[in-house]
Design a protein around this ligand. Structure first.
Ligand SMILES: [Zn+2]
Length: 401
């Protein structure tokens, strides 16, 4: 078996565990953060640079490599590992999330109608079309068709075509095609979408390459009974591991509390011996809380996105380096960090570069942020294996919530 997952330690006071995912391109030590190289590149850091900082796997986004046909060129040229020149394990998502959200919203200038951070808005929009842009998304039993507003071109993604594109891309770990429902969806609609996602999961299993490890996705919005039903159903299918996707609502209070509660309930149902991935989550407090609830891997664009906006993740919380108070500050960005940026440059210089939107400034902040989050994961693994996760959580509690 080219792929395996071994749990090496369990935390006695939570659901946290350490483990190793073995792939044909090497091992991933969990809990792990998976930097997102959306279009086969991290924004501001080389894959080799992230690898040197401790990355053991990258996520690349199927939708972004598919909608202009780039996956065919990548396949012709030997797949993503050769194309992007990395020998680390890779993950690709199914493309579904972008179809339901970014596909219309952020990527195609419909920001007023669909916020990028709200994966459900596109679907809500599809259900209540603005007459100026109606029928951009059509969901059928077969799959999803969407129309590019700028040229009217239609693109279709189905479980079979998502598996075919992911086979062309050639990542080690791939995801089943699922439907992301909006937070505004009714229980009836979400229930129907969950059942459709389960039928798509079976079709994804039938269509996937046996040389790739396929992850099923648990949906169900903020409806706990649907999440548990989805975890039982997807958990019983022949997947290598599981992704937890979609929105979590506010039904347990605020959105973070709700996410933690739902993740805990889902992981209590999923098979204990298989890896669990929390899709698109990556703030410091979320990583620790989700690890305590049994999550093994995370992907998130935060380290590089925040770098573009002048925000650094540090041991003492977020730093907006563009603030004027840093313009004469000769201290390192994060005194607790051993990355090359913190060993070399002052806050004053980073502040100046970021205010001027210099590309080099984005690169330096991205390098630090990637280093910071990978180092944090290393500490989470150590704390999990030594029973000190609660202490680690307390250390960051004052700065990240
Ligand atoms: Zn640093």
């Amino acid at each position: 078996m080219a792929f395996s997952f071994t749990i090496t330690k369990r935390d006695r006071s939570s659901m946290a565990r350490t483990g190793v995912i073995e792939t044909p391109h090497g091992a991933i030590h969990t809990p792990a953060f998976v930097p997102v190289a959306t279009k086969a590149a991290l924004r501001g850091v080389s894959l080799a640079g992230a690898q040197a900082a401790g990355a053991e796997i990258f996520m690349m986004n199927t939708f972004h490599l598919f909608f202009q046909g780039q996956h065919r060129i990548i396949s012709e040229l030997g797949g993503l590992h050769t194309y992007a020149h990395t020998d680390l394990p890779l993950m690709t998502d199914s493309g579904g999330f972008q179809v339901f959200s970014l596909g219309f919203g952020r990527e195609y200038g419909l920001g007023k109608l669909s916020e990028a951070n709200n994966p459900g808005n596109a679907l809500h929009y599809a259900a209540h079309p603005d007459p100026r842009h109606k029928n951009l998304v059509t969901i059928t039993e077969d799959g999803v068709t969407f129309t590019l507003p700028e040229n009217g071109n239609r693109l279709e993604l189905t479980p079979e075509s998502s598996m075919a594109v992911q086979r062309d891309l050639g990542a080690d770990i791939i995801f089943a095609f699922d439907e992301c429902t909006p937070p505004t969806a009714s229980a009836d609609y979400t229930a129907a979408a969950v059942e459709r996602t389960h039928r798509w999961a079976k079709r994804s299993i039938a269509a996937a390459s046996s040389h790739q490890a396929l992850m099923g996705i648990v949906q169900g919005g903020d409806y706990v009974h649907l999440r548990e039903h989805a975890a039982r159903t997807i958990g019983a299918m022949d997947f290598f591991g599981f992704g937890i996707g979609g929105s979590f609502g506010n039904s347990f209070g605020d959105s973070k509390t709700s996410m933690y509660a739902i993740v805990e309930k889902v992981n209590a149902v999923l098979p204990e011996g298989k890896p669990r991935h929390l899709l698109g989550i990556g703030e410091v407090d979320d990583l620790i809380e989700a690890v305590q609830r049994g999550v093994d891997t995370f992907d998130c664009v935060i380290p590089t996105r925040w770098a573009r906006h002048g925000t650094a993740m540090t041991a003492a919380g977020r730093v907006n380096i563009r603030a004027a108070k840093y313009l004469r500050d000769t201290a390192p960005l994060d005194a607790a960090c051993v990355c090359a940026v913190c060993q070399t440059y002052s806050r004053a210089y980073l502040s100046h570069l970021s205010r001027e939107k210099e590309i080099f400034g984005v690169m330096l902040l991205a390098e630090h942020n990637i280093h910071f989050i990978l180092n944090l994961m290393e500490r989470i693994r150590h704390a999990t294996s030594t029973g000190t996760l609660s202490a680690l959580k307390s250390e960051f509690a004052a700065y990240y919530k």
